[in-house]
Design a protein around this ligand. Structure first.
Ligand SMILES: C[S@@+](CC[C@H](N)C(=O)[O-])C[C@H]1O[C@@H](n2cnc3c(N)ncnc32)[C@H](O)[C@@H]1O
Length: 293
């Protein structure tokens, strides 16, 4: 059963606020979600305004309600962060003083079984963050060739040893229409000892891989990191919270190789042990920060 009242708990909020520096202009929250980080920014810096973007209309609706008390200090847009430059132009904003990307899935998305993100909840194979888009997890699982499925399991799920075997079982069991059926196919493909020995649920990697493919997540991160330095004002900071090594590697390399940026965090910042106890979802978070030269 889904619990629509369960709110997304934003991660590393204190670290984000501390790393932003002083803010008096515009802050761009590329992944506003339910507005947790934006609320902390608006509450901490009284003179700043926030432009918040998200591709998920349900999240934006919740953010709108939560942030209503800040009136014209916040502008929310249904847009991908890859379109950030265009959105800012439409608002006559040339540069922003800070940018946040909080990557990954929100609790709202995971908790709603009808969104199909969670292996622990039975629902349709969907996994779209933006429900306006055509491609769904169903399409990938039921129409992509076996070799292409194996490749995304290998690359995006880091399902190194069993990618081909899982892809073969998926294709042999088509049509697969629900998350429960997909979990059953993965279970069939993996040897019992492997399932038992894994620290996380045996379907975690496959679900991550398909979600990344549905939402083109890694390419989107690459694209926004290319554009971000151009919209960041001098001394403005960009903060990225990632949740797995594939994303973190992209962020680390993009920061290092960009001549317009100075890396502030040589090593990524991690959540405190208290935060991990309070909010287990934060355990894999890594925060990297860079400053516009
Ligand atoms: C971890 S949540 C963010 C939570 C938010 N920081 C908060 O405090 O509530 C990640 C959000 O990024 C959004 N997202 C994913 N890809 C996106 C994209 N290309 N452009 C804009 N938002 C995106 C998701 O829909 C999701 O709401």
């Amino acid at each position: 059963m889904s619990d629509p009242e369960k709110r997304h708990v934003p991660v590393m909020v204190e670290e984000v606020v501390n790393c932003v520096g002083s803010l008096s202009g515009v802050f761009l929250d590329c992944t506003v979600g339910e507005g947790g980080h934006t609320e902390a920014i608006l509450g901490s810096f009284e003179r700043c305004r926030v432009v918040g973007l998200d591709v998920d209309v349900d999240a934006l609706e919740l953010a709108k309600r939560r942030l209503a008390k800040y009136g014209s200090r916040v502008i929310l847009k249904h847009a991908s962060y890859t379109e950030a430059e265009k959105v800012l132009q439409s608002l006559a904003i040339s540069h922003v003083d800070g940018i946040l990307l909080d990557l990954g899935v929100s609790t709202l998305q995971l908790e709603k079984s009808e969104r199909g993100f969670a292996f622990a909840r039975n629902g349709p194979l969907d996994m779209r963050m933006n429900t306006d888009q055509d491609l769904t997890a169903f399409d990938i699982v039921n129409t992509w060739p076996e070799s292409r499925i194996a490749r995304i399991l290998f690359e995006y799920g880091e399902e190194k040893r069993f990618s081909k075997r899982i892809a073969r079982v998926i294709v042999a069991n088509r049509p697969i229409v629900s998350t429960k059926e997909l979990v059953a196919a993965i279970s069939k493909a993996l040897p019992y000892e492997v399932k038992r020995s894994r620290r996380r649920h045996f379907a975690t990697k496959v679900f991550q891989a398909i979600r990344i493919a549905v939402n083109d997540e890694l390419n989107n991160v690459r694209r926004v990191l290319e554009v971000a330095p151009n919209i960041l004002a001098k001394s403005g900071r960009i903060l990225v919270i990632s949740f797995h090594s594939l994303e973190d590697r992209i962020v680390k390399q993009a920061f290092r190789s960009c001549e317009q940026l100075r890396v502030i965090t040589r090593k990524p910042m991690l959540p405190s042990s208290e935060e991990v106890v309070r909010n287990p979802r934060s355990r894999s978070a890594k925060l990297r920060v860079a400053e516009r030269i």
